[in-house]
Design a protein around this ligand. Sequence first.
Ligand SMILES: Nc1ncnc2c1ncn2[C@@H]1O[C@H](COP(=O)(O)OP(=O)(O)OP(=O)(O)O)[C@@H](O)[C@H]1O
Ligand SMILES: [Mg+2]
Length: 351
Amino acid sequence: MNARLPAIARRAAAEYEDLSQADASFLSVDGLCKYYAARSFRGTRPIKSLDGVTLRIPKGEIMGIVGESGCGKSTLAKVITRLTSATAGQVTLDGRDWLAPRGEALRRRRPEVQLVFQDPYGALDPRMTIGTAMAAPLAAHGIGTTSEDRRARVLAMLAEVGLDASFHDRLPAQCSGGQLQRVVIGRALLLEPQLLVCDEPTSALDASMRTQILNLLMDLRAKRGLTMLMISHDLRVVRYMCDRIAVMYAGKVVELARRDHLFDHPAHPYTRALIASALLERGGIDLTRHLREGEVPSPLNMPEGCRFASRCPYAQDDCTRLEPALKQAGSDHFVRCRHWNTHAAYVPQGD
Ligand SMILES: Nc1ncnc2c1ncn2[C@@H]1O[C@H](COP(=O)(O)OP(=O)(O)OP(=O)(O)O)[C@@H](O)[C@H]1O
Ligand SMILES: [Mg+2]
């Protein structure tokens, strides 16, 4: 085990190693922590955005990450794409340490992991044509021998993401949001990444566009064998396209399972509340009817025991004192709850 891991990360990683059979993982995240510094007149305190996240993704699979706003989903995306540094923990990509490379070594390896995020308008320079924007990273990474070669690659990629050649010379303002998201996905794929991280890629789009983009991503996965991390607050999105799902709460993964097993046998009370809420709302997350009145813990002041205890309808005395370890709740199914099997008979309902 890596000496750089603080105790919480070491525990998170070790317990998963004990339980997991998923040694064929392509992406391994072990005890990942990201603490931002909050400065105030009382000094500096850590904002624990990620606090010991551990997960595994086998090659060619899509892993969904769900959870309420502020649970750390985008922070996980930023650390995994190396947009921000990790405070502690390990990320291994295809057997190689992914957090170690720096400087020129990192620049060379950057194409391996690409990010698609929510706002395609923000991802593109409004003064640059689509063709120039898509070719620029190719030139920067020395892909393609000549500008003609790069132009041909861009045109082929436009076709692959369902856009005709006329888009090559358009400006972003001359495209719809859905078309721009195709451009952003195409631009990422031109670098032939091994891992595509999508952070709410469809939440700025209307319902029909959303389905088209999700279908495009699934087609690309099938064609290219891409491994993907799909972040969404919408359970329908991850249910539609993911092979496995990790449920996050307050900087931790509280449940991790194959999709069907998660929906058929949710083990964590938080996952059950999410599923019940999605059945009821057919959209956003409104957990008020499914949880005890209580606050989501602040990442500035995480409680000692289970982070979910303040809202858990099944919380017992020990939950507020003892941090729950990850336990096996089925084949390839893990849950971070001390009492999951005593309330497992509960089935979420939509009313
Ligand atoms: N640069 C930063 N500095 C300080 N705190 C940050 C920073 N970025 C994120 N945080 C904090 O980390 C926590 C997790 O944020 P994050 O953006 O990862 O949440 P999220 O799950 O993506 O939420 P959403 O669903 O709203 O996008 C939040 O409490 C947030 O305020
Ligand atoms: Mg986010």
